[in-house]
Design a protein around this ligand. Structure first.
Ligand code: SF4
Ligand code: SF4
Length: 243
């Protein structure tokens, strides 16, 4: 994150971040994304997860984690994390007060035209996220609470498609993004095929009887199928690995 008293016009890379916030834990192990690149000893890594990451020695960072997705589902019923992760960033920075954060969220969400009750839910979510972490401050400042120190490196080949290469989408397990899992209930399904038609990832196929089958390696959990199913035959479950 970038913080400044004056307007921030730079939109490029941050090469040596003091704080890194990772919204989706699978990104930690993605060799394409490399969210930990540039972190140095003493940098702060926050991961949206209720579990400690299994991270193998490479460099020492200050690791914190919270189940921000669980809080978002509790307050707003969806895994929309912008306000929540922003609140964590505000608190970790040690520079932004709770009231200042609340004022900013209300102002920005009002500008987007959201209803007052939706704004209020986001504010409540942000407040809990803000209070759920300690202020760590900026690198170089003396105040540094004794958070767990771990050593990290990249593992594995799962993750996002490499947009600069041709034809590799099927090789990449975009299902690693998924937070919510769609599950077809055959008892309710009428084999109408609507979910197959609407899935934007093309990862629903139909069997010989016309019933849908979801390829979970590539289903990214957008929930379009659950919305479009006229029989409400696709239930939603929280993804397990990091919950
Ligand atoms: S849209 Fe619903 S009812 Fe139709 S095939 Fe898909 S799951 Fe079954
Ligand atoms: S959640 Fe999205 S990607 Fe997954 S099967 Fe449904 S429509 Fe396709």
């Amino acid at each position: 994150m970038r913080l400044s008293d004056s307007p921030i016009l730079e939109r490029g890379y941050i090469f040596n971040p003091s704080h890194v916030l990772v919204t989706e834990p699978s990104l930690l192990f993605d060799p394409t994304v490399k969210p930990l690149e540039g972190m140095t000893e003493g940098s702060v890594l926050f991961v949206n997860s209720s579990k400690d990451m299994l991270l193998v020695p490479s460099r020492k960072v200050c690791l914190l984690h919270r189940d921000i997705t669980g809080l978002a589902l509790k307050y707003i019923g969806r895994d929309i994390l912008s306000a929540a992760m922003g609140a964590v960033a505000c608190k970790l920075s040690g520079l932004i007060s709770l009231q200042s954060m609340v004022d900013s969220i209300e102002e920005e969400l009002a500008e987007l035209g959201l209803e007052p009750d939706v704004i209020e839910k986001n504010v409540q979510l942000a407040k809990e996220c803000y209070s759920s972490v300690e202020s760590v401050g900026l690198r170089g400042l003396s105040h540094r609470p004794s958070h767990k120190v771990v050593e990290v490196q990249y593992l594995g080949e799962n993750g996002i498609p490499d947009l600069l290469s041709m034809g590799n989408t099927v090789l990449r397990k975009t299902g690693s993004w998924r937070v919510l899992t769609p599950i077809v209930s055959k008892d309710l399904c009428t084999a109408c095929g609507i979910c197959y038609t609407y899935c934007p990832e093309g990862c629903i196929s139909v069997d010989e009887q016309g019933y849908p089958s979801i390829n979970y390696d590539n289903c990214k959990g957008c929930m379009v199928c659950t919305i479009e199913c006229p029989r409400k035959a696709i239930k939603i479950e929280r993804e397990a690995p990091w919950s």
